[in-house]
Design a protein around this ligand. Structure first.
Ligand code: ADP
Ligand code: MG
Length: 273
């Protein structure tokens, strides 16, 4: 799959009618200062642009109450992170007044072969815990492969989430926008976590994660140009130049195979021994 950065996902969201906070991408502390001034307001959130998730818990999202702090946060985040992954850009984003954090996602469910909507009223950084401990709090809706997602279906998800009626239209527009991106560009997974309800009752995507099917990149040029090789494993990247599928693993055993099934079987055998 090909991943893209949060800021790239948010640009796609904006183009498809999904509200996002104002943000500016910067690559050094000097630009950070200019960005804060340009954004205005009194809270700035500095967010590392890395393909890895869990930035909030890992210190990659820093809420700042003054410009000096935002400059310092940018300096701290830019450069390699704790795991050695390069952070070449951060975004400075307008701080939002969060009343509620939801989760909204779309994925290809392999078992049913359907694009499936996943939504939860319990979004935020502990969504994995919600999924494993209280799976009934995650709403699932399979979409039809024969017709486009309808506004009625979107409203149905909104009702199931228990959202206030005043939010149905905006929620539906958000889900429609996601579906549009998903189907137009052969995505495999899109997640907004969190999708927030603000203090003044607006719906906004505070984060964005998209994985595209790399087998379909040839017909999605506007997406393939978003690839950031700096975020990829060096060995996997150079193998891909020769159209080889190479997967970096730790340990000392290598495995050369002519198909994913054989690869899995061989790995099982190695583990068994
Ligand atoms: P990750 O998923 O990598 O941890 P997020 O973008 O979801 O990163 O941010 C983590 C948390 O930081 C969010 O759940 C939210 O509570 C907070 N946050 C992120 N962006 C903003 C923002 N613009 N304003 C206020 N809080 C934010
Ligand atoms: Mg998130």
């Amino acid at each position: 799959y090909m991943h893209i950065h949060e800021h790239q996902a948010k640009d796609l969201f904006k183009k498809n009618g999904i509200k996002v906070p104002d943000f500016i991408v910067v690559s050094n502390a000097k630009e950070a200062e200019t960005a804060c001034k340009k954004l205005g307001g009194s809270i700035w959130v500095v967010k590392a642009q890395v393909h890895a998730g869990g930035r909030g818990k890992g210190g990659g999202v820093i809420v700042c109450k003054n410009i000096e702090d935002a400059i310092e946060a940018s300096e701290r985040l830019l450069g390699p992170d704790a795991s050695g992954q390069p952070v070449n850009e951060v975004i400075i984003e307008a701080g939002q007044d969060i009343a509620k954090e939801l989760y909204l996602g779309l994925l290809v469910d392999r078992a049913s072969e359907r694009i499936t909507v996943l939504a939860s009223i319990e979004g935020g950084m502990d969504i994995e815990k919600v999924a494993s401990e209280t799976p009934d709090k995650i709403i699932k809706m399979k979409t039809s492969p024969l017709s486009k997602l309808s506004l009625d279906e979107c409203a149905e998800v909104s009702v199931k989430l228990g959202l206030d009626e005043s939010l149905h239209a905006e929620f539906s527009q958000t889900l429609m926008g996601l579906y549009e991106i998903f189907t137009a560009h052969d995505a495999n997974l899109i997640e907004i976590n969190p999708l927030i309800i603000t203090g003044d009752n607006q719906i906004m995507a505070l984060d964005g994660k998209i994985d595209f099917d790399d087998n379909a990149l040839y017909r999605n040029e506007s997406i393939s140009i978003l690839r950031d090789v700096a975020q990829e494993d060096e060995k996997e990247r150079s193998a891909s130049e020769y159209e080889l599928n190479y997967i970096s693993l730790d340990g000392t055993v290598g495995c050369m195979v002519n198909g994913a099934g054989l690869a899995m079987a061989t790995m099982d055998l190695i583990e068994y021994h």
